[in-house]
Ligand binder design. Structure first.
Ligand code: NAP
Length: 294
C-alpha cells in the first residue's frame, strides 16, 4: 500500500485558523500581536521568506513591522535596532532573518534579542530552557515537525526516531523536543561523521531527514511502514520546469512512498508549518504579556 501523504499545507491551514481566533480574543483586550522582522541585505531567498512571513501575519490579523538594512550595515546599527524592538512594548516577537552578511556576528545579534520576544527560539537562553525542558519558544521548524508527526497519527512515545542532521536550527532542537517527557521518543542523531547511516535509518519508526542533500535517504533505507519527514529543500536542475529547476527534499520521494507508512512531500510538507509555528509563538508572546499564558 502506498504511504499516506502528510499534508503540511492542510495542517498549517487548520492551525492558522486557530491562531486567528486567539488573535481575535487578544484584539478584544486591546492587543494586536506584532512581529518585527529585520532583514539585512537583499538576498532573494531571504527577501522571499520575509515577505511570506509578512503575508502570513496579515492573514492572521497580526501586525508585522519590517526593517531593512543595507548589506554593508554596521553590526552596531543592527544591534541598536534589536535593542529598540526589545524596549518597544507593542512588539511581541523579533526575528532577524538569517544568514547575516559575514562581517556581522550572528551569535552576537541573536543573543541580543530579549528572550521573551525570541519567537524564533534561537537565543542561548531559549535553547537552554529547551534542553532543560522548561517553558520556552520551540524553534519553528522542529515544532512544526512534531505537529506533523502527530497529524500522521504516529505515536512518538517509545518510538525510535532517527534525525539526519545536527544543525542548530533543525536537527539539534528537534532532538531536544523529541527527548522531552511529553514526546518520550528514543532519539538518534546522524551527521557526516556517522559511520553507517543506512543501518541507523533502517531501524527507525520515524525518520527526519534534515541534511540538505537531495536523495540522501533512499527507499532501501526505510523500514516498511515508517513515518518519513523530509525537511530538505534543495534546488535541482530541471530543464523542462518553467524556472529551469525544481525543489526536492532529502528523500527519494517516489520510491520511499512505496515503502513508508506516511511521508511528507516537498514542497507542501514541513515548509508551510514553519511560518505557522512562528505565528503561534508570536501570539503566545502577546498572550504572555497579558498573563493569559505561562
Ligand atoms: P545545515 O546547517 O547545512 O546542516 C545540515 C546537517 O546535515 C549537518 O548537521 C550535516 O552534518 C548533516 N549532513 C549533511 N550531509 C550529510 C550526510 N551525507 N550524511 C549525514 N548527515 C549529513 O542545514 P539546515 O539549515 O539544518 O537545513 C537542512 C535542510 O533543511 C536544508 O535543505 C534546508 O533548506 C532545509 N530547511 C527547511 C526548512 C523548512 O521550513 N522547510 C527550514 C529549515 C531548513 P555535519 O554537522 O557533520 O556537517
Amino acid at each position: 500500500m502506498p504511504a499516506a501523504i502528510i499534508d503540511g499545507k492542510a495542517l498549517a491551514k487548520d492551525l492558522r485558523a486557530e491562531i486567528a481566533k486567539r488573535v481575535e480574543a487578544l484584539a478584544g483586550r486591546g492587543v494586536v500581536p506584532a512581529l518585527a522582522v529585520i532583514l539585512v541585505g537583499d538576498d532573494p531567498a531571504s527577501v522571499s521568506y520575509v515577505s511570506g512571513k509578512e503575508k502570513a501575519c496579515a492573514e492572521a490579523g497580526m501586525r508585522s513591522i519590517e526593517r531593512r538594512l543595507s548589506a554593508d550595515a554596521a553590526e552596531a546599527e543592527l544591534l541598536s535596532l534589536v535593542e529598540a524592538f526589545n524596549r518597544d512594548p507593542e512588539i511581541h516577537g523579533i526575528l532577524v532573518q538569517l544568514p547575516l552578511p559575514k562581517h556581522i556576528s550572528e551569535r552576537k545579534v541573536v543573543a541580543a534579542i530579549a528572550p521573551e520576544k525570541d519567537v524564533d527560539g534561537f537565543t542561548p537562553v531559549n535553547v537552554g530552557r529547551l534542553v532543560l525542558g522548561e517553558d520556552c519558544y520551540p524553534p519553528c521548524t522542529p515544532h512544526g515537525i512534531v505537529k506533523l508527526i502527530g497529524r500522521a497519527g504516529v505515536k512518538l512515545d517509545g518510538a525510535d526516531v532517527v534525525v539526519v542532521g545536527r544543525s542548530n536550527i533543525v536537527g539539534k532542537p528537534l532532538a531536544n523536543l523529541l527527548l522531552q517527557k511529553s514526546a518520550n521518543a528514543t532519539v538518534t542523531v546522524c551527521h557526516t561523521g556517522t559511520r553507517d547511516l543506512a543501518a541507523h535509518v533502517r531501524r527507525a519508526d520515524i525518520v527526519v531527514a534534515c541534511a540538505g542533500r537531495p536523495g540522501l535517504v533512499s527507499a532501501d533505507m526505510i523500514k516498511p511502514g515508517a513515518c518519513v519527514i523530509d525537511v530538505g529543500v534543495n534546488r535541482v536542475e530541471a530543464p523542462d520546469a518553467p524556472k529551469g529547476f525544481r525543489l526536492v527534499g532529502d528523500v527519494d520521494f517516489e520510491a520511499a512512498a512505496k515503502v513508508a507508512g506516511s511521508i511528507t512531500p516537498v514542497p507542501g510538507g514541513v515548509g508551510p508549518m514553519t511560518i505557522t509555528m512562528l505565528l503561534d509563538n508570536t501570539v503566545t508572546a502577546a498572550e504572555r504579556t497579558l498573563g493569559v499564558r505561562n
